[in-house]
Design a protein around this ligand. Sequence first.
Ligand code: BTN
Length: 268
Amino acid sequence: MMMAGEERGRGNGNRGLSEGPLPFRIEFLPEIDSTNQELIRRAEQGERSGLALVADFQSKGRGRLGRSWEAGANSSLLVSVLLQLELAPERLGLVPILTGVAMAEAIREISGFQPGLVWPNDLHGAKGKVAGILVESVFQESELKALVIGVGVNLSQGRDDFDPEIRDRASSIYLESGKKILRENLLVKYLDRLGFWLDALGKNRVPEMVDKYSEFDIISGKEIRVRGEKGQISGMALGIDQTGRLRVRSLGKELIFSAGEVIMVRGS
Ligand code: BTN
């Protein structure tokens, strides 16, 4: 497996990237349509694994399930990382999982507030969703060439900074912790933890990863609804399996989901 960590120390020789102590090269952009989209374009042009793109503002930020992701300029950490991993297909579902864990750990360390994970990888606080993750695949001639891992973290927004239609379910690190943290501090800690968990994946330390996920998992043992390709079911979340899939007990049977959206049932 080629991991991002193996890029450390190799010259990058392009686009004025800063070579830090992390196994990633970081590039800052004042404005872009979407950091995910830009990295997909770069990957198609031959960019190498390990590039992290950070934007102050996105004009067409993308969310999961075809939604948009909007954030006022300099209100958020908007970062995407390009990875070329030789991963068995059944391991791919662990990438969003380990990304959620890496960001949850980073937020806890930098702000003191512990976010909760809603499968697969939404990060929530008591007041609403604080961060979202979108993992996209780059294919070339029907072969998986790279993964782009994008994360948007609401840092400094107050309630009125969110659009009225999401105001009652969106939150920020500021709203949860009362602290305005520095974007760069969170970025460095996140990339550090992402590198750690990618290395763990490369070394098959999956049980450790699943254990860490359960430390942040706030749906396990609760009544949820899962909206999947084939409709919606209700049941009790039972945590994730060793490939990152969600286990749900519904009508006495255990169901397994590899994709979908979890809706928390109020009061559970
Ligand atoms: C979600 O819907 O919860 C996922 C949101 C992911 C947003 C981030 S912001 C940085 C990166 N670039 C994008 O266009 N999307 C992701």
